[in-house]
Ligand binder design. Structure first.
Ligand code: FAD
Length: 379
């Protein structure tokens, strides 16, 4: 067992970290306050060639692995949860399924612009009436000659206002349950596609979260991803990878909050000494460090197993559950270490705290992760 990151991985991580410190950290609070999606940052990430880290070079990606992708996602989360979330939704949810399940023609048409960063991806599973029980969806796609007609509403879709393609889940065989769901590549320019709401949220406001309407959206037959009825199986595989990226993002948020708290604790003096030298504050910092190290190890293990082609349902779910919970805990303690200043928007911990809460909800709530993990134990 070797815990040393390969040289190429360290190189990519370090160059993304440098970019994050120089270009993203200075605007991280501003884009939240303005609720502004920073398109220019994604253009720069495309120049760094990281918009398709785990996508094959033959389709314009970097040809890296899940571990490298986790490292990049962590670095983005360390400075901006919003950018990290939009990035993770673009890669694991909007792009990777096309590489895994698409035809060569679909990869050329839809995956290449995503992997090069020319367009952004989105993935639409959740609906107003179905979240945790996602297969209980109302969106339908009916065949009409060579075309499909998609009708329904999707809820909380990351990147929908800025995406060049959206992977939409719809029922194609009503009554057939999991086996009746299919995936379609929808172009936001398709007639009948409309973003009806962009939500105001408690955090992550530079990442658009949208309700979308699909009003009889007519798409050609070659927009179906895989075979009719493959949609649910694809969803499970997509989430196995996606949860690793949410775990990595959570570790990044925790790391960002921890670093802010640690440097503050060394500077701030009360009762004639740095507050970090009080046992209570030191212990909080030690606990943060311990939790982050544990969650990062689990995340990297899940990523490595994914790269080895193993079934990672248990590990990715465990990493996501652990990392999302420690992320919220660490960020909350970071606010506490900064005292009154921690409660102001002049300091980063409050932003990490608000962003971290989503990690316990998106891509399956903590309760659903426990359900998945229980099933893995045969319970
Ligand atoms: C910022 C943001 C971004 C998102 N991005 C996307 C996206 O890009 N694409 C997409 O498709 N979706 C996205 N989502 C949706 C997200 O995945 C869902 O919100 C999540 O899966 C929970 O579904 P729900 O909100 O309907 O909650 P519900 O399913 O209604 O759950 C409500 C509560 O009930 C609990 N619960 C439900 N069922 C059970 C059970 N069986 N056992 C125990 N407890 C249970 C839940 O854990 C939760 O506490 C996003 C959401 C947010 C907020």
């Amino acid at each position: 067992m070797d815990f040393t990151l390969p040289g190429e991985h360290r190189m990519i991580r370090d160059s993304v970290r440098e970019f994050c410190d120089e270009e993203i950290a200075p605007i991280a609070q501003e884009i939240e306050d303005e609720h502004r999606f920073p398109a220019e940052v994604f253009d720069q990430l495309a120049e760094l060639d990281v918009m398709g880290v785990p996508v094959g070079e033959e389709y314009g990606g970097l040809g890296g692995d899940q571990l490298m992708y986790a490292l990049v996602t962590e670095e983005l989360g360390r400075v901006s949860g919003s950018i990290g979330l939009s990035y993770a939704a673009h890669v694991s949810l909007g792009s990777k399924p096309i590489e895994l399940f698409g035809t060569e023609a679909q990869k050329e048409r839809w995956l290449r612009p995503l992997a090069t960063g020319e367009t952004l991806g989105a993935w639409a599973l959740t609906e107003p009436g179905s979240g945790s029980d996602a297969s209980d969806m109302d969106t339908t796609a009916e065949r009409d000659g060579d075309e499909w007609v998609i009708d329904g509403t999707k809820q909380f879709i990351t990147n929908a206002t800025v995406a060049g393609s959206v992977l939409v889940k719809a029922v194609t065989a009503p009554g057939e349950g999991y086996g009746g769901i299919s995936t379609f590549v929808v172009d936001p320019d398709d007639e009948g596609f409309e973003v009806s709401t962009v939500w105001d949220k408690m955090g992550l406001n530079a990442s658009p979260t949208c309700e979308i309407q699909l009003n009889d959206v007519r798409v050609p037959g070659d927009r179906l991803l895989g075979e009719p009825g493959d949609g649910w199986d694809q969803t499970r595989k997509t989430l196995d990878g996606g949860r690793i990226s949410i775990a990595a993002l959570s570790v990044g948020l925790a790391q960002g909050a921890f670093e802010a708290a640690l440097s503050y604790a060394k500077e701030r003096e009360q009762f004639g000494q740095p507050i970090g030298e009080f046992d209570a504050v030191r212990d909080m910092l030690v606990e943060m460090d311990r939790k982050i190290e544990r969650a990062r190890l689990l995340t990297h293990k899940a990523a490595v197993r994914y790269d080895e082609g193993e079934d990672v349902t248990r590990l990715s779910s465990m990493a996501k559950l652990d990392a999302s919970e420690i992320s919220r805990e660490v960020a909350e303690d970071a606010v506490q270490v900064l005292g009154g200043y921690g409660y102001t928007t002049d300091f980063a911990p409050q932003r990490f705290f608000r962003d971290a809460k989503l990690m316990e909800i998106g891509e399956g709530t903590s309760e659903i992760q426990r359900l998945v993990l229980g099933r893995e134990l045969g319970l």
